[in-house]
Structures are given as C-alpha cells and as structure tokens.
Design a protein around this ligand. Structure first.
Ligand SMILES: [Fe+2]
Ligand SMILES: [Fe+2]
Length: 360
C-alpha cells in the first residue's frame, strides 16, 4: 500500500488537512511543563555548553535555505518523470516533514517565551531559528504546486500533546538524531547516484541535517548534565521512546515505498541504515540500544506494517463492523509493540566526551 491509496493531496485544502491530522503516525505538536524546564541546569558541562553556543552563534547555515539559480530548471525537468503515485508520496513526505520541522519550531519558541533560564532560553532561540528556516524551505516546495501550508492556522488549530520535560528530552533528542540519520543517508545515496535526484531539494540535505545533528547534541548535553534522567527506572522509559520512534518511522516509511525506490533505495534497507547510524550516535547519551539485528526485531516490525495496512482498510468499512475491526487491529498492534518492548536490548557504556561530529 502507498499513501496514494488512502489520502490524495490534490489541493491546498488536502495538504492543510493532512498537516492537521492527529494519529499515531502523524507528526504531533507538543507542550510541556515550562517551570520544570526553567529549573534545568547545564552547569556540570559548562565548557562544552559554551562551545556549542558559539557554534549556534556562528550560524554557518544562515544563507543556506535559499534557492539557487539551478533550482527551478531542475524541478521543471524532473516533474514530467514522476508517476502520479510518486508525486503523491513526495507531497506526503513534504507535508509530514514540514509538520515535524514546524512542530520543533513551535515547541522551542514556546519554551523560549515561557522561561528565563538564560542557557535554555538562548538554546531555544537558536533552535527555533533553525527549524523555522527548515519549515519555510519545505513550504516553498509545496507552494510550487499551490499546496502551501498556512503555518499560522496550523499553529492555532492543530492538537497539542503534553509531554513531561524528560519525555520531551528523550523524544526530541531522538527525533533530531534520527532526522539527521535519515537526511544524510538520502544525501549520500544521491551523491553516489545524481541521476536519481528527482527533486532539487535533496541537494540541501547535507548542511540541513547538520543543524539537526547540533540540535540533538544540545539535548545530549542537557541529559548528560542531569544523569538522573539516564539511570534507574528512566531506562525503561528511554527504551519505550527508542522503540516508539523506530517503529513509527518504519511503519511510516513503508507507506512510501516508491519514494525510496525512486532514489534507488529499498525502504527496509534504508530504515536499517538509519537505525544503525542512530544506534551509534545514541552511545553519547543512552545506556542501552535496541538490538536491531535480533531476528525477532524485524519480524515484529513487519507485522506492524501489515497491521497498519489492515487498520487503514478497516477505516474504510462503515459502521460497527468497521469500528470493531479497527479496535481489533489496534489491540494486535499493542500486542506486537509489547513483544518488541521486551526483546533483549544491548547495554552500552556512555562515551566519556558526549560531543560527536556529523561524520556520516
Ligand atoms: Fe529541522
Ligand atoms: Fe532540529
């Protein structure tokens, strides 16, 4: 199944509705306990923190998110090569990527406005700056098709999910780092196969994902400066977020097989490469990693993909029977997730110096 089968993005109304959607697989907007964020200290890693703030201040991507002279011509030449199904998957990719970029922008901006802790306030200012550029740049690519998202309206009307600050740390750290791994894997593939670059936006991914990498570094430092977040029962919560982020990505990517195929990638191999990179990076902060090579890991992820397809099909069935089917598939998904959760994980020693460089 691909996205074309379930929700066609044909008009700006469709694109805006898609961005507004709140379900298990769609990117969400978050809010948190600002007073608790205000009390977070990074003092024990002061020198690394100050060094990182200098990098943000240097703003090496300040002129990156502008189109160059070649962009329009490349796009014009590429459009006729897209099948209608590929076009839909690409638009779906743009809408969901824009929604998650903008989600970061809103969260960081709200934290900035609601705290006076100077370290965190400065960090949130820089990160909101970056995410707003990212969201704006993707929106330009939707506007090429008159499918621009009304970001002001999205901010006002999309549902917000409350997460405790520590859960924001785990989830946001992971989404920044997995975002880096996703973009760099695509960038490297298209660097090797420029003939597969079916949209010019992919040329921007390398410097773009260095921003995401740095955002992840900031959360890593905050967590390392507050080691209680990384031990005891919290490790069970880290395990939950690792699995939730990995599994959601896997299911979501397997709804867009043509997008990866057009790049010369296979969705499963692409996701495994992204997991592999993310697992290496997370040694800077998490005491455990999921065992992605455990044979049952892939088997259960495949099951989740099949269940998600059955769930989508059940949504098309009207009435009580359709609702019963949806409940049944929902329960099956929870069962499989539970089995994944209790698979053995790998323990790992944290890196002495948590700072990493984006060398993939
Ligand atoms: Fe971003
Ligand atoms: Fe980011």
């Amino acid at each position: 199944m691909n996205v074309a089968a379930e929700s066609i993005i044909d008009t700006a109304v469709d694109a805006n509705e898609k961005a507004l959607q709140s379900n298990l697989l769609s990117p969400r907007f978050y809010t948190t306990d600002f007073d608790a964020v205000n009390r977070i200290s990074v003092e024990s890693w002061r020198s690394q923190w100050d060094e990182m703030m200098k990098e943000y201040e240097g703003d090496n991507n300040h002129d990156h998110f502008q189109r160059d002279a070649a962009f329009a011509g490349e796009l014009e030449a590429a459009i006729p090569t897209w099948s209608p199904e590929l076009r839909q998957e690409l638009l779906d990719f743009f809408v969901s990527s824009l929604t998650s970029e903008f989600s970061g922008c809103i969260l960081y901006n709200e934290i900035r406005k609601n705290i006076d802790n100077p370290d965190l306030k400065q960090l949130m200012t820089y990160m909101a700056r970056d995410e707003s550029r990212h969201a704006g740049f993707i929106n330009m690519s939707l506007k090429d098709f008159n499918l621009g998202i009304d970001l002001g309206n999205l901010k006002r009307t999309k549902a917000y999910t409350y997460f405790a600050p520590k859960h924001i740390m785990y989830a946001t750290y992971l989404s920044e780092k997995i975002g880096y791994a996703r973009y760099i894997t695509i960038y490297r593939q298209l660097e090797r196969h420029p003939e597969r670059r079916f949209h010019p936006i992919f040329r921007w991914f390398e410097r773009w994902c260095n921003d995401e990498f740095r955002h992840g570094e900031s959360f890593a430092l905050i967590m390392r400066a507050n080691p209680g977040l990384l031990s005891g029962l919290n490790v069970w919560q880290i395990r939950f977020f690792l699995l939730a982020v990995y599994a959601t990505m896997y299911v979501r990517d397997h709804r867009r097989p043509l997008l990866h195929e057009a790049m010369g990638l296979d969705s499963t191999a692409y996701d495994m490469e992204v997991f592999r990179i993310t697992n290496i990076i997370t040694q800077q902060v998490f005491p455990i990693a999921l065992d992605i090579d455990h044979p049952a890991f892939m088997k259960h992820l495949e099951k989740l993909v099949v269940i998600a397809q059955a769930y989508e099909a059940a949504k098309a069935t009207k009435g009580l029977w359709g609702r019963l089917q949806q409940a049944w598939h929902g329960a099956r998904a929870v069962g499989v997730f539970g089995r994944l959760y209790f698979l053995p994980v790998k323990s790992q020693a944290l890196l002495d110096n948590p700072r990493l460089r984006p060398t993939w």
